[in-house]
Design a protein around this ligand. Structure first.
Ligand code: CMP
Length: 138
């Protein structure tokens, strides 16, 4: 069924000037942009967004990294959106991401891995609602 996922172009993707290329890969991959925003996370925002990772050894570094510069947030629509988007971006660790995936092409490390993709329909809804109101979706 047609459904939605949530993505961010992380601070490394923005700082390395990959916004345009990544949005192109996303639309060429068959995803329709429903909402789009250029913004910067505060420590409070990032801590809340990544609350599920609280207590993991990489949590503090993750929050620091995600607040180190602006990001692009988006809601995307496609059949099988969550799973297909995770295929398009590749594995969390870019050294394990398949050739041609967004992380394979642009990411430098497991932390600076360029893009986020929701891991379930439930989290896609939660994450989209975190960034976008009903008046920002088309
Ligand atoms: P993402 O899946 O978007 O959200 C959680 C992030 O935590 C993940 O991307 C990685 O960037 C980061 N992450 C996951 N595992 C590790 C790890 N072992 N070391 C550092 N960062 C990690």
């Amino acid at each position: 069924a047609t459904n939605r996922t949530f993505t961010m172009i992380k601070p490394d993707g923005v700082a390395n000037d990959h916004i345009g290329a990544i949005l192109n890969d996303i639309t060429k991959g068959g995803f329709k942009i429903i909402a789009l925003k250029y913004t910067k996370l505060t420590a409070e925002n990032a801590g809340e967004f990544y609350a599920v990772h609280k207590g993991r050894p990489f949590y503090n570094d993750l929050v620091t990294f995600m607040t180190s510069g602006p990001i692009v947030a988006a809601i995307l629509e496609k059949d099988n959106a969550v799973e297909d988007f995770r295929k398009l971006i590749g594995a969390t660790d870019p050294t394990k991401a398949d050739a041609g995936t967004i992380r394979n092409k642009y990411a430098k490390s497991i932390e600076a891995n360029t893009v986020h993709g929701s891991d379930s329909d439930e989290n896609a809804a939660i994450e989209g609602n975190f960034f976008f109101s009903q008046f920002e979706r088309f």
